[in-house]
Write a protein that binds this ligand. Structure first.
Ligand code: MSP
Length: 507
């Protein structure tokens, strides 16, 4: 069986998740669901990144142990993913013993290969970002270039990973595998970064203890990023699943953490004699009025409230449609409501409602065999199949937004087909019975195909459409690539509203 492995980053349980995090997980979920639809055996992993000084400090400030502090936050993550219908196959917590074991094993392996050594570290550390910076990298105020908060000078005995040794090997790999870092802008950025030279990486700390102990030297805990990236192999290693799913097909990550995934992680894998992931996809950020959402800026949108108000499918649709993967995209409530009303309630909702309504009125909800098709009927059928073919091409190329748009173009076409064929007129003319049957059959088939194509984006809506069409088959991509699977005499259900229109108060 064909296999496919996709991951999201594991999220810090330091703050509530916002809609930006849900964006990343929704993309990964849509890809995972698409691959399952196409017959792959999929492994989809997400999780939480729980170690580090920042978590320890926050927990202490609240009079809690780190675990007491993170447990309820992680439970909230899992609840949020459930509400978003995220279909992850495993959820990794870096505080789990299974992960600790693997991190220590990889540490030992790299150490045995001579690429971890002990030295003295003096550096500038940004605690909120868990990142070390050099003088040169600091911003104009001498602060962290990412979050612009002050950095601390830290000096300690530490273990180092011989990252410098891997610069040429990494460049060669990137050169030989153009698909390794996507999009190209990120690829070029990483090439330039490596060409400036890589320094060995400090991978242990003694200033706090909330982390995975260095094997045989437990005064040190392993640097949180070294620990975190290993999550991607924790559930697989030493199992037959390792052969089946590793190397990962896609690590989907936000653009600011591409460096950890395309330089440090691959170098660690090389040092541990493991193969490299096939692709790292750096997606853009969800912004509100051009600014990245973050708690400190106070512009976060709470995904739980949003789901309660609009439902997961509508939000998933918006995120997948509005934002071109790789670029930043704007989130706004007004734009979301507009999409719900225009695309979901109007275009899709009406298509389903009109079709089932007419079937009820004119044919007692029974499909009749199509025969003697007009040119218009034939071209409509061809467009359905073209849409499915285009969708497959786009989805295989991870162009999710374009794939959504292709389906909606066809939904628009189907609504127009109703206006052009005017089934209510055909119904009044006894000699047009067959023509009417053809139009209603084609529309029902079109809806069956649309439901399959949207199932990775909007799993609940897709199922609702199948239920109303009274189709009990499993969702399969190949079924969307065949026109005419519904049999004559099939009885459809009654129309029910898919999406209510949202009334907007005029100010
Ligand atoms: N814990 C690390 C990842 C370790 S992976 C081995 C981390 N966690 S995070 O919680 O800060 O961010 C997780 C992901 O959420 C990142 O890929 C980040 O880009 C993404 N996002 C955070 N805010 C975002 C937006 N506003 N928009 C889109 N994605 C955003 O980094």
């Amino acid at each position: 069986m064909k296999t496919f492995y996709i991951t999201t980053p594991i999220y810090y349980p330091s703050a509530k998740l916002h809609i930006g995090h849900a964006y990343c997980t929704t993309i990964a979920d849509a890809i995972a669901r698409y691959k399952r639809l196409d017959g792959y055996e999929v492994f989809f992993l997400t999780g939480s990144d729980e170690h580090g000084q920042k978590i320890q400090r926050t927990a202490q400030a609240q009079g809690k142990t780190p675990l007491e502090y993170v447990d309820p936050i992680v439970a909230d993550f899992q609840e949020l993913w459930r509400k978003f219908h995220i279909s992850n196959d495993d959820f990794i917590r870096t505080s789990e013993p299974r992960h600790e074991k693997v991190v220590q094993e990889i540490f030992r392996r790299i150490q045995d290969n001579g690429d971890i050594y002990k030295g003295e570290y003096t550096g500038l550390y940004c605690t909120p970002c868990e990142s070390y910076w050099t003088e040169l990298q600091l911003d104009e105020n001498g602060c962290c270039p990412d979050c612009h908060r002050p950095v601390e000078k830290v000096s300690e005995e530490a273990y180092f990973f011989r990252l410098s040794k891997y610069a040429d090997k990494l460049l060669k790999h990137i050169d030989e595998h153009p698909e390794f870092i996507v999009p190209t802008s990120r690829r070029n950025e990483m090439i330039n970064f490596i060409k400036q030279g890589l320094e060995d990486l400090c991978i242990s700390r003694t200033s706090f203890d909330w982390g995975i102990p260095v094997p045989d030297d437990p005064r040190h805990v392993i640097y949180v990023w070294f620990d975190a990236v290993i999550n991607y192999i924790t559930p697989l290693i030493h199992k037959p699943d390792m052969q089946r799913f590793w190397p990962a097909d896609i690590h989907l990550v936000g653009k600011e953490i591409v460096r950890f995934h395309t330089i440090i992680w691959p170098a660690m894998l090389m040092a541990a004699n493991l193969s490299l992931p096939k692709q790292i996809y750096g997606h853009g950020w969800l912004v509100t009025d051009g600014d990245k959402m973050s708690k400190s800026k106070g512009n976060v949108v709470d995904p739980v409230l949003l789901v309660e108000e609009f439902g997961a499918d509508a939000i998933r649709y918006f995120l997948l449609r509005e934002i071109t993967l790789g670029l930043d995209g704007n989130f706004s409530r007004d734009a979301l409501i507009q999409r719900i009303n225009a695309d979901l309630a109007n275009d899709l909702g009406n298509l389903l409602h009109r079709t089932l309504n007419m079937l009820g009125k004119f044919q007692k909800r029974i499909l009749l065999a199509a025969d003697d098709l007009t040119d218009l009927d034939k071209s409509f059928r061809a467009e359905a199949l073209d849409t499915a073919a285009q969708y497959r091409r786009l989805m295989d190329n991870v162009q999710l937004s374009d794939a959504v748009k292709a389906v909606w173009k066809f939904v628009g076409r189907a609504n127009k087909y109703i206006d052009e064929t005017m089934p209510w007129k055909l119904a009044k003319d006894e000699t047009q019975r067959q023509a009417l049957a053809n139009v209603l059959y084609n529309l029902t088939e079109a809806l069956r195909i649309v439901a399959i194509l949207i199932s990775p984006f909007m799993p609940v809506t897709a199922q609702k459409i199948f239920n109303q069409l009274n189709v009990t088959a499993e969702f399969k991509l190949s079924d969307a690539e065949t026109f005419g699977l519904l049999e004559a005499n099939h009885e459809v259900g009654k129309p029910e509203q898919l999406f209510p229109r949202i009334e907007v108060e005029k100010s």
